[in-house]
Design a protein around this ligand. Structure first.
Ligand SMILES: Nc1nc2c(ncn2[C@@H]2O[C@H](COP(=O)(O)OP(=O)(O)OP(=O)(O)O)[C@@H](O)[C@H]2O)c(=O)[nH]1
Ligand SMILES: [Mg+2]
Length: 191
């Protein structure tokens, strides 16, 4: 019988912290009414243009219809029945033209990050969400400032301000970029 061997000392596994100490994007959670008002009162810079068209493109099941429904819910202030949202069959088309301003609405943040699933306000503390946004940027070349992580309404029975403000911020940027597009780089009005 030998002497008991000393227990091997396990180096302490570095514990991964899924959140940053500080939010990496400054986001005003209290801007819901401001954004809603801006969108409600919004009119295009070019009076000859009556409508802007927003193309919602993405893989099957990405949450396109849910996003459209979520926008509707925010403005209604309640969960509405499914807005008619027809799915285009032209998947695989490329929209990498610089002529069309692009925004990425990054859905399903609750599925991507447990921290965010528990508390949506952790969205800009989450390393996982930032990493996923970076992947969107790397793959599609859309600037980080035009990438908006959102959680769509999908199983809720009531709307809530945290979900609303993220949806509104994404929509506000979409509308602003579309309006900017009415001017070309030389400042001439396009239509
Ligand atoms: N957890 C979670 N589920 C979501 C979210 N957005 C959408 N979903 C769910 O994802 C599934 C697909 O969402 P849809 O909105 O139908 O996706 P879509 O892009 O319109 O899909 P197609 O029309 O088939 O191309 C549905 O079951 C939604 O409830 C989200 O932010 N979080
Ligand atoms: Mg759909």
């Amino acid at each position: 019988m030998g002497a008991a061997l000393p227990k091997p000392v396990q180096p302490a596994a570095p514990t991964y912290n899924p959140e940053f100490d500080k939010p990496w994007r400054d986001f005003k959670w209290d801007q819901k009414s401001e954004l809603k008002k801006h969108l409600e009162e919004f009119s295009l810079s070019n009076p000859d243009v009556k409508h802007i068209r927003i193309l919602v493109a993405g893989p099957i099941g990405a949450g396109k219809s849910s996003f459209i429904n979520s926008v509707n819910n925010v403005f209604q202030g309640l969960i509405t029945s499914e807005a008619p949202a027809n799915s285009s069959s032209s998947h695989g088309e490329s929209f990498t033209t610089t002529a069309i301003p692009q925004v990425i609405v990054m859905t399903k943040v609750d599925e991507a990050c447990p921290l965010v699933n528990k508390d949506l306000k952790k969205i800009y503390y989450s390393k996982k969400i930032k990493e996923k946004m970076q992947i969107c940027h790397d793959k599609l070349g859309v600037l980080m400032c035009n990438i908006f992580p959102v959680k769509n309404y999908h199983e809720e029975i009531d709307t809530n301000d945290k979900v609303d403000v993220l949806i509104l911020k994404a929509l506000d940027q979409i509308v602003r970029l579309a309006d900017d597009r009415l001017f070309n780089s030389s400042g001439t009005l396009l239509n």
